[in-house]
Design a protein around this ligand. Sequence first.
Ligand SMILES: *Cc1c(COP(=O)(O)O)cnc(C)c1O
Length: 391
Amino acid sequence: MPRESQRPSDDRILLSQATVGDLEEEFVLDALRSGWVAPLGPHVDAFEAEMGARCGASYALALTSGTAALHLALDGLGAGPGTVVIVPTLTFAATANAVAYTGATPVFVDARSEDGNLDPVALDEALTTLTAEGADIAAVIPVDLLGRVCDYDALGAVLDRHDPGIPLLADAAEAVGARLRGRPAGSFGRAAALSFNGNKIMTTSGGGMLVSDDRDLIERARYLSTQARQPVPWYEHTEIGYNYRLSNLLAALGRAQLRRLDDLIARRRAIRERYAAGLTDLPGVRILGRESGRGDEEDNCWLTAIVLDGEDSGPEVSADDVVAALNAENIEARHLWKPMHLQPAFAGARGFLTGAAERLFDRSVTLPSGAGLSDADIERVVVALRRALGR
Ligand SMILES: *Cc1c(COP(=O)(O)O)cnc(C)c1O
């Protein structure tokens, strides 16, 4: 039986709760009973092999978080003081924080309004300006927002026009299991960061992975992730390292979740279909990403977000109003990521902005999307949502 952890009260509907069951229990027990409680062990190696295969990547490195994966990848790509890294403004702070850890300067670029992913036109403009200034651009980090893979062909074409040497580092933290034209998330760019945080589509309670076909990049990250130990019989360090390796216990949990990933995606997709059906007659309400010509059959449907941005969305109801109304009915709904250029932590950072991310932030609400939610739960959300929208 699947069971859900940390459910605060029986009738509260949460945004994105993990579900674990007998398979997870079996794998974690195996890790405990095998004696491999100490950090590394066979589940880590197997998890890397299985996840790498799923992402179509030759090499994989299991880490304590997706943020750690971004940090080590950026380090390996040469991000550091005096360099610039291009980050979408519409993302979770971890993407930009990882840039800050290296000492590089994040430059924020706006989103496409149809799906919230990095806008190739704004990227083009940013690259034109930055290269004219002679900036040293260490990387561009497209983010596969809410589980929808960016159009890497379009982004790659923009880079090729300016400097094909600038690497793409994919932040696929939200997109584990998603695809683009048949190719898996995690297979695009020089390397990709995955997250197995507790609210993501599959979880190790906390964890992440760096995947790549670049053996040197992964091996260097592997060395840095275990405190940069030299291969000698004592603790010898010629560089500053990090304590970023995933433990064997958590890798065991990840392996069980990976076996269930297709089911977890199928359920989240069915939830999205239910929202779409329940809201289809409401003018001016759309589901983020759904109408961009690609449909959502390749998305992992991690979170479903509605956007209230039609000409005819009727009486002005803001995302704030909707979030408050749903929360008042014991339904956890949230705003979309607040753009990085509006965050006090990044005040003064440079941006190539069109207003699209700000508008999406103002007009979007992310809805409960966890695989453990029942059809009745989703129906309750739809009814509450229609009430909040005055329909
Ligand atoms: C969750 C997330 C991360 C960070 O992952 P953690 O495992 O929580 O460190 C990075 N980027 C994006 C876009 C995310 O949603």
